[in-house]
Design a protein around this ligand. Structure first.
Ligand code: HEM
Length: 392
């Protein structure tokens, strides 16, 4: 018996002590040494940012800023000044550290890039197939769906345009992509809404132990994987069904395009794109380490006075009348090989809907409207978008 205890003490104890020491060193390497080294390597290349904080990185500060910003009434900000509200950390840190800065998503470095040249380089760098909907066959369905919407509006004075357009988009996509039985299409929208809720409640939450999130999956992780897979399958099916149809849409909607573009500039629904650096990569003059996250805040680029001028927070569709030379800084649908496949679809839908509405109504904002844009996966009005309809 004594011999067993002696052998245990002799072999197992040092062995387990050694293993604990190795785990501790690896933990400290991941949670402290590596971040410090990356931070100083980026700083030598001229990229600075808020300092790395043990385990949490900058997530606590970002959460704090976001909660504070969302509690601020828009009346205190200039009307279309969305950046301090939706991405307050990007607003503050670009002012301090310049167009590109490094921040920390837990122990993970994230390079935030708002320099349009670099953004373009990132977006055009990825491999991927450029898919473009050729959608002439969808136009009758769009018109039909708008007619259904206008029927609904017949005896009402006020509508919530946010809910109405959400319904319209789901109707149009469902009808065009899934044919007469468009229940499947509606299902995609329901799944997207559920996914949005999950993403929103887990935003900037990081596991306190690096790597734990890979071993222990929460019910939200499992649910979001399932939803993502189901949405992907539905979209692939959508593309498959559209293949082979051709044609061009030649509507003359130039002025409306200017209004739509200016709205998408001030309120880009997709306000931030993300990418990951797979292996050590050169980007512009920077050398980026593997696994670095990249954030391309479209909202910050669209609201940058250095690019768009001091009046960038004003709604001025005429900016899009002539070639403003800012194509690189206008990215509501992304750019490069992964440009939005629904670009033409979305642009046609909004122009058809607007022109059909404007033929019957003039509209104005309802006094019940509260201007409170917020982000839940996309930028949207928090309390809806109530408008008053004035029949012509
Ligand atoms: C105003 C409406 C829309 C906006 C602002 C928008 C914006 C975007 C943006 C910015 C991206 C690029 C994502 C990235 O680079 O990571 C994207 C990708 C995508 N969009 Fe849209 N989108 C809109 C409507 C639609 C519609 C109606 C559809 C489908 C019918 C759609 C399907 C897609 C798909 C499948 C991708 C992924 C493309 C890829 O990764 O190759 N979008 N969208």
């Amino acid at each position: 018996m004594e011999l067993v205890i002696i052998l245990f003490l002799f072999f197992c104890l040092p062995c387990s002590l050694f293993l604990s020491l190795v785990s501790l060193i690896s933990f400290l390497n991941r949670a402290w040494l590596k971040p410090i080294m990356i931070q100083s390597s980026m700083s030598r290349q001229g990229v600075n940012g808020p300092p790395y904080r043990f385990l949490h990185g900058n997530t606590k500060e970002i959460n704090h800023m976001r909660n504070e910003a969302l509690g601020t009434s828009m009346e205190l900000l200039s009307h279309h000044q969305l950046l301090p509200r939706i991405m307050p950390h990007v607003y503050s840190w670009t002012k301090i550290h310049g167009m590109n800065f490094l921040n920390w998503y837990g122990t993970r470095p994230q390079l935030v890039i708002t320099d349009p040249e670099l953004v373009k380089e990132v977006l055009s760098n990825k491999e991927g197939a450029y898919l473009c909907f050729v959608f002439q066959a969808m136009i009758p369905a769009m018109i039909h769906s708008v007619e259904v919407m206008l029927q609904r509006w017949r005896d009402v004075k006020e509508v919530d345009a946010f809910q109405e357009f959400k319904l319209l988009t789901s109707e149009v996509i469902s009808r065009t992509a899934f044919g007469s039985s468009y229940v499947e299409g509606k299902n995609v929208f329901d799944m997207l809404t559920k996914l949005g809720l999950i993403v929103n409640r887990n935003n900037f939450k990081v596991s306190s132990i690096p790597g734990l999130d890979k071993l222990w999956r929460t019910s939200d992780d499992i649910e979001s994987d399932k939803l993502e897979q189901a949405i992907k399958e539905a979209i692939i099916e959508l593309i498959r069904k559209r293949e082979g149809r051709g044609g061009h849409f030649n509507g003359n909607f130039l002025q409306m395009a200017m209004v739509v573009n200016e709205s998408l500039r001030l309120y880009p629904p997709v306000f931030n794109l993300t990418r990951e650096v797979e292996r050590e990569t050169k980007l512009g003059n920077y050398l980026l380490p593997a696994n670095m996250a990249l954030s391309l805040p479209i909202l910050a680029i669209h609201h940058n006075p250095l690019l768009w001028g001091e009046d960038c927070h004003l709604f001025k569709p005429e900016r899009f009348a002539a070639d403003h030379g800012l194509a690189k800084a206008f990215l509501p649908f992304g750019s490069g090989p992964r440009t939005c496949v629904g670009l033409n679809f979305a642009a046609a839908e909004i122009k058809i809907a607007l022109s059909m509405i404007l033929r019957r109504y003039r509209f104005s904002l309802s006094p019940s409207y509260v201007h409170a844009p917020f982000n839940m996966l996309t930028i949207r009005p928090k309390h809806g978008l109530q408008i008053l309809l004035h029949p012509l």
